[in-house]
Write a protein that binds this ligand. Structure first.
Ligand SMILES: NC(=O)c1ccc[n+]([C@@H]2O[C@H](COP(=O)([O-])OP(=O)(O)OC[C@H]3O[C@@H](n4cnc5c(N)ncnc54)[C@H](O)[C@@H]3O)[C@@H](O)[C@H]2O)c1
Length: 369
């Protein structure tokens, strides 16, 4: 499907942070989403990365963030920096009157996220945040199945992301073991955002966490053999209670060598739903209803099944032009961030954390690809 805005109305985007994930965004935004978004250029604190990324895609390279923010063609900033830079970069963009779409987590500290949203509201600009995988056809099929009442009322869910960390594939994996990352802050947003987008906001959380290995050895190129000091918990178990009453069991771990647990399942009064990996856009999806003997696959239909990263920022661009509420919104990301901090707080103080924020259930996605 062609984009909804068209060449004359599309939103000009400047990218900050030209590391590992930037080429996926640039590729998708300059091809399948180029009727909604015009990538003007990008910048990075590492000038070499600007040269490499922008030569590859023939885009304009800014000397720094401030030169980019001064360019009136840039209406929206795509923040692809490391988590610890998210708050400063997004705040600078908002202060310059730009809309912002950030990679997850929205910020590292919850207070920074609340301040960013307040500043954006005052400035009259929109904030959106990854992940946007919940807008893919796989999780949207789950949304339709739940909304149609097929599994009855959701009463419980399980979410498992268990692996042995990202040092086997990422070119510069140290940040995954620093504040603002770890299995919960890095991967938790996919799972918690999926659950909130399907079952509504969270009321209370509890958590336990541990740091199992004090160091990690990188096995990916180019830093193979280097050691990373681990600063944050790498195994987190949590319980979430949703406002509508369902209870989810969540395990996020970078400490597990092998496991056979499902990514996500939602259990309802009339049956169970098996969900896809929420770090992907497609299926598989299946249900097993009360008294049935086997899981029944549900067809996943649509054009947002393969790597559709960019759905969220394209939806934000439409919201900028139409006044609609963005789906992958700052409010949703702030709610998820608060839950992750609440889990950490609960682990530290042994008490249940009561959520302060609420977010609306995002409307089902439209086909944007
Ligand atoms: N790599 C992936 O597969 C992946 C997938 C999904 C989401 N993400 C998210 O995307 C973000 C970036 O991840 P990555 O893997 O590309 O990291 P990366 O380390 O490869 O790249 C980050 C880039 O940001 C630059 N940078 C940092 N602070 C900056 C600042 N203040 N101003 C300008 N540039 C700055 C760094 O120099 C680096 O080039 C993270 O939030 C991560 O959680 C990554």
């Amino acid at each position: 499907m062609a984009g909804l805005l068209g060449k004359d109305a599309r939103v000009g985007v400047g990218i900050v942070g030209l590391g590992d994930i930037s080429s996926t965004y640039i590729r998708n935004l300059t091809t399948r989403f180029n009727e909604d978004i015009h990538v003007v250029g990008g910048t990075d604190v590492d000038a070499h990365r600007v040269d490499v990324a922008l030569k590859k895609f023939d885009l304009f390279g800014y000397r720094d963030l401030f030169e980019m923010l001064a360019d009136p063609r840039v209406e929206m900033v795509l923040n692809l920096t490391n988590p610890l830079s998210h708050a400063a970069v997004s705040e600078a963009a908002v202060a310059a009157g730009k809309h912002v779409y950030s990679e997850k987590p929205l910020t590292v500290d919850y207070e920074d996220a609340c301040r960013l949203l307040e500043q954006a509201q005052k400035a009259g600009v929109l904030v959106g945040c990854a992940p946007d995988t919940f807008l893919g056809d796989g999780l949207q099929t789950c949304r339709r199945t739940i909304d149609a009442g097929e599994i009855g009322d959701p009463i419980a869910a399980t979410a498992f992301m268990v692996c042995h960390g990202h040092e086997s594939w990422h070119p510069s994996p140290a940040f995954f073991y620093r504040r603002g990352a770890g299995p919960m802050m890095d991967m938790g947003p996919y799972y918690l955002t999926a659950l909130v987008s399907l079952m509504g906001p969270i009321r209370r959380v509890t958590g336990f966490e541990q740091k199992t290995f004090p160091t990690r050895t990188i096995t990916s190129q180019p830093l193979v053999g280097d050691t990373i000091d681990v600063e944050i918990p790498t195994h987190v178990s949590a319980i979430l209670e949703f406002v509508r009453g369902a209870i989810a069991t969540v395990v996020m771990s970078f400490d597990v060598w092998a496991a056979q647990v499902p990514h996500l399942e939602i259990y309802g009064t009339a049956g169970s739903l098996s969900l896809p990996d929420p770090n992907t856009f497609g299926g598989p999806v299946s249900v097993q209803l009360a008294n049935a003997r086997a899981w029944r696959p549900i067809d996943v239909i649509g054009s947002a099944q393969d790597d559709s990263r960019g759905l969220g920022i394209a939806d934000l661009a439409l919201a900028v032009r139409s006044g609609a509420t963005p789906r992958a919104s700052g409010e949703l990301a702030c709610h998820v961030l608060e839950a992750m901090h609440g889990i950490h707080a609960s682990s530290m103080n042994g008490r249940v954390y009561v959520m302060q924020t609420r977010c609306l259930l995002p409307p089902p996605a439209r086909d944007m690809t």
